[in-house]
Design a protein around this ligand. Sequence first.
Ligand SMILES: *Cc1c(COP(=O)(O)O)cnc(C)c1O
Length: 411
Amino acid sequence: MNAFELYERHVNPGLAGLLRFTGLDVVEDHAEGMYVWDTQGKRYLDFLGLYGTLNLGHRHPRVVEAVKRQLDRMPMSVRVMISEPTARLAARLAEITPGDLSMTFFGNSGAEAVEAAFKLARMHTGKPEIVTTEKGFHGKTMGALSLTPKPEYQEPVAPLVPGVKVVPFGDADAVAAAIGPDTAAVIVEPIQGEGGINLPPEGYLRELRRITAERGVLLIFDEVQTGMGRTGRLWASEWEGVAPDLLTSAKALGGGVMPIGAVVGRAELFEPFLENPLVHSSTFGGNPLAAAAALAAIEVTLEEDLPARALAMGERLMQGLRELAARFPELIAEVRGKGLLVGLEFTDADIGAIAISELAARGVLTAFGLNNPKVVRLEPPLIVEEVHIQEALEALEQSLKATLEMLSGVL
Ligand SMILES: *Cc1c(COP(=O)(O)O)cnc(C)c1O
């Protein structure tokens, strides 16, 4: 049995079925920069970038080198001693995050970063409630899932963590109305990723900052997907010049080489750790190997000014997409995004699904937003060059033509 069949039998038959439908019933083999190869030797241009993880592309040499060095020295912390890369990374995060965020808790994923933020907010305020947004995505562990209001994920495992209020995204007045005497915090993505690349109205984050400050409620920005330069700034919240009380990061933080999650916050929010240092902990969180990767990833991102690159290349990509949208109005409803966090909204989820498989057949990888199957996400590595954008746009043009042909008579 090949790996695909083994996966289907022993891991997730439903997902294997979905991939088969997309024409990706293949097994990945190796990757470098913008490209992935399957075991048959077919090459794919990666325009998904592991949902905002591969900002530096696959196997960025400086991150790989940093990880190799740490691997040969000490990959795991004994935890009863302090690890240097972990401490240095926390200090670096204090420097590069907005406002006076100065303390970090490390986990291994976005969901763990959100869990920690949730717990810190409750511990600090002594209040139970959190306000979250419709179509928001914050992860799938019980706490994070409680903040991710999607019935398909929540109902099969209910009851969830109580005390969560859901408001429409982009509506600051709704947040103000949802805040009550028991509200600990408001959590929001600066731009919704899985929800379908939804940009809030200008001034939304500033309004949330004003409202939460006024009402004595904490503000959490979930920058797990928007962070590390993806939207054209190191953190998407910088676009509005606003600092939260807690900021979560994961995906691209490990440089696309190691998994790591972090919640960075104001010092007073970490006071519960003074009373009880083990009130929240993780065996692997911020391990030396992951921390070394993140330190290297931050340096590469800043030295190569990848946020600026994301902005320029994002403009170029969206311009090409808009030209295609104008030519295929039966298929594409809207193009939107910021930097290289780009959404292509199809007129129908099934049309999007056909287009994705046509793209995969032409060697370009993309995917749906988990909370919005009409929207195909384009999140290429920030190292993307003009030629790659050309390559993707040409493949998309051919895919749209093929989709249209397939649908002729139906539409
Ligand atoms: C992906 C994502 C998460 C969850 O991260 P995992 O590493 O998959 O647990 C949380 N928040 C946002 C905004 C995300 O995009």
